[in-house]
Design a protein around this ligand. Structure first.
Ligand code: GLP
Length: 244
């Protein structure tokens, strides 16, 4: 779906998410939301916070699972995704703390495998992800599933691509400060979500969007695996859609 600009696009996505949350509330059931970081979902979170404040949208029945976290940094680190999510969303809505899930970046290497398995088990125990929000990296990554990630990959420790670390260098005040590894849900974990919205804005994403949508699905561009998902939407502005 191509929108004139990002703000129109996020209004539509936020409205659909709000409707889905409210429908579950009416049945007295919970809703499982998969969340993403990066600059792309920021306007979506702003709109959801506005709906909470001005339209009484409650997140009391929502459980969230974030896609990823840098490995080897504490959650209080200024660039951690834990901190990002608090600042952009969780501090401003009524989702109970116990219902927030983000992969832990500050675990010992020998404990990562178990922590990743526990994350997968918790998603399953909550009934699976109803709606997953995604951005896309210039490498074609979703979450931190860099080129080479298989379609059936699950939550695991991964090595970050050079281009991803370069893109993060400004936030970390230099490439040498950017973590080399991350913990991410796998492509398979994402594919299990019942609905997926991949958001992309701006000219810098146009090439990768074209490849993800139009080329054959390949491990060298993990977002392309979404072509096989029966309920996945690419939500674009005219600039990110300009190469289609
Ligand atoms: C990071 C995140 C991804 C995100 C990507 C794009 O690598 N792990 O989930 O999609 O950045 O970032 P931006 O939205 O700032 O372009």
């Amino acid at each position: 779906k191509v929108f004139e600009d990002a703000s129109l696009a996020v209004c539509e996505v936020a409205k659909e998410i709000a409707e889905a949350i409210r429908a579950r509330q009416a049945e007295g059931k919970s809703f499982v939301l998969g969340l993403a970081t990066g600059s792309t979902p920021v306007p979506l979170y702003r709109e959801l916070v506005r709906m909470h404040r001005e339209e009484g949208l409650s997140f009391a029945n929502v459980t969230s699972f974030n896609l990823d976290e840098y490995f080897g940094i504490e959650s209080r680190h200024p660039e951690s995704y834990h901190r990002f999510m608090r600042e952009q969303l969780f501090d401003h809505i009524d989702m109970p703390e116990a219902q927030i899930n983000i992969p832990q970046g500050a675990v010992a290497r020998e404990e990562v495998f178990e922590a990743c398995q526990a994350y997968e088990e918790k998603i399953e125990a909550c009934g699976g992800i109803d709606v997953q929000i995604l951005g896309i990296g210039r490498t074609g990554h979703i979450g931190f599933n860099e080129p080479g990630s298989g379609p059936h990959s699950r939550t695991r420790l991964v090595t970050l691509d050079r281009l991803t670390r370069l893109d993060a260098a400004r936030d970390f005040q230099g490439e040498h400060n950017v973590p080399r590894y991350a913990v991410t849900m796998g492509v398979g974990t994402i594919m299990d979500a019942r609905k997926v919205y991949l958001l992309a804005w701006g000219r810098s994403k146009a090439e990768v969007i074209k490849a993800a949508v139009e080329d054959a699905p390949v491990e060298s561009l993990p977002a392309s695996f979404l072509q096989a998902h029966s309920n996945a939407y690419f939500i674009l502005d005219t600039a990110s859609a300009s190469e289609l």
